[in-house]
Design a protein around this ligand. Structure first.
Ligand SMILES: Cc1cc2nc3c(=O)[nH]c(=O)nc-3n(C[C@H](O)[C@H](O)[C@H](O)COP(=O)(O)OP(=O)(O)OC[C@H]3O[C@@H](n4cnc5c(N)ncnc54)[C@H](O)[C@@H]3O)c2cc1C
Length: 390
């Protein structure tokens, strides 16, 4: 079993902190899965927005109309396109072997606060002590599915089950935007995204808060109302939109009762974290359109890519669904240019600004190594890759 091999391999490594981890796959996988996720968020948010009355929220707050700020489509179009075209197609596309498998480095070192590693719980971190102080019996490899290191919650662990008949593996493609060791194949493993849906994982408290604080305060401070730099505004909105999408997923699939393992929607959480802040909703729509633009921009590449996993029927299906998505007449007519990136990086300061924002983005992507919940990281990092590649 792949799972067993991975665990044995990981077990031999030093576990004081998580091994450096990084998602990387071809741009195709990254972009498509991300937009599928964004599409889902939009469906979920529509559901919640339309149900706000039931949680006693003011009716006015559910009105999002007109052009999505800094984009070229309006809210109503996003909702209808998502419902009629994108969501149904993407729901199917993500089940194909080509899109459901992802290559990942689940173990990583946090470059900012290494002592934290993946463990939020104090008891989970290992004290550093001289070799001779360390009892021989303790030197055996640790069991790699140590659930305490997953916040003590089984729902935070990644299901590594793979169907070897359906999937042979991905080719390694280095990402020039990230400064990591993506080509180190030995630490990579595969996961089936269908078995690891984004949902509540129990990752809360200071560890999670520290990541968000670092992202916002060090890397993309909220632009002031007088901020004229479009690019900085875009960066903030992308991060905020991503944050909204995480919160929506948590609210949409929440562990309501741990004792009976009852999962369901948590409307209160949804309202408290997202809906009561209209700018967070707007930023979600913005991020959705930004990612959609990444897909339309890469249309030629996505159409010609080799969808080859060895499962001929499924691969043909993936290719056909992809074409249906890229050349959908409704999409092309209603929202031909979801976001206009040509407006960015203009003027004399353009190249310098680009370098600066690229550096901030790299910092943010490195911060993903500090997320103390492997399942949360597995859900988010590929979206960061989408954003940096755009
Ligand atoms: C990369 C990453 C991925 C995660 N994935 C998961 C997951 O899959 N499942 C899971 O259960 N938990 C996940 N978490 C944890 C989750 O995001 C929350 O941090 C956690 O649920 C605690 O929530 P909170 O109420 O303290 O507020 P948080 O969501 O932690 O927010 C912290 C602060 O950020 C600000 N803020 C919140 N939302 C926005 C926004 N949209 N725009 C701008 N500012 C905002 C607010 O000031 C808020 O107080 C993840 C965390 C990170 C950093």
């Amino acid at each position: 079993m792949v799972m067993v091999e991975v665990e044995a391999e990981v077990g031999e490594k030093n576990r004081r902190s998580m091994k450096r981890w990084r998602w990387f796959v071809g741009a195709v996988i990254v972009v498509l899965v991300a937009i599928a996720a964004a599409s889902l968020h939009s469906q979920k948010i529509s559901f919640f927005i339309n149900n706000q009355k039931s949680c006693g929220c003011p009716e006015d707050s559910r009105k999002y109309t007109g052009i999505v700020e800094d984009c070229c489509c309006d809210y109503e179009t996003v909702d209808s396109l998502n419902g009629e075209v994108l969501h149904p197609l993407l729901q199917e596309l993500v089940t194909t072997p080509f899109f459901r498998y992802f290559k990942v480095k689940l173990w990583c070192d946090c470059p900012f606060w290494p002592d934290d590693g993946m463990c939020r719980l104090r008891d989970c971190s290992v004290c550093e002590c001289p070799e001779n102080e360390f009892p021989e019996t303790f030197k055996k490899p640790l069991p790699s599915d140590d659930l305490v290191c997953q916040e003590g919650k089984p729902q935070a662990t990644v299901d590594r089950t793979l169907d070897s008949k359906a999937f042979r593996g991905w080719m390694v493609i280095d990402n020039p935007w990230t400064n990591d060791d993506e080509t180190d194949n030995s630490e990579m493993t595969y996961v089936n995204l269908q078995l690891n849906p984004e949902r509540y994982t129990g990752y809360v408290g200071p560890s999670a808060r520290r990541i968000w604080d670092a992202v916002y305060s060090e890397n993309c401070p909220k632009y002031s109302s007088g901020e004229i730099c479009q690019e900085k505004k875009v960066l903030y909105k992308l991060i905020s939109g991503l944050h909204s999408s995480i919160s929506i997923h948590i609210a949409a699939d929440y562990l309501l009762d741990e004792s009976t393992n009852l999962w369901g929607q948590n409307l209160e959480l949804m309202y408290d974290r997202v809906l009561r802040y209209p700018d967070r909703v707007r930023n979600l729509y913005f991020t959705f359109l930004f990612v959609l633009r990444a897909v339309t921009k890469a249309a030629d590449y996505l159409e010609q890519a080799e969808y080859d996993t060895g499962n001929h029927a499924e691969d043909l299906k993936a290719q056909s669904l992809m074409r249906q998505l890229l050349y959908n007449p409704k999409l092309q007519a209603a929202c031909p240019l979801p976001f206009n990136e040509a407006k960015l990086w203009q003027g004399q300061s353009g190249p310098e600004l680009k370098q600066q924002i690229q550096k901030q983005f790299k910092n943010i992507s490195s911060l993903m190594d500090c997320v103390g919940c492997e399942k949360c990281r597995s859900g988010e990092s590929f979206r960061f890759l989408v954003l940096v590649r755009h």
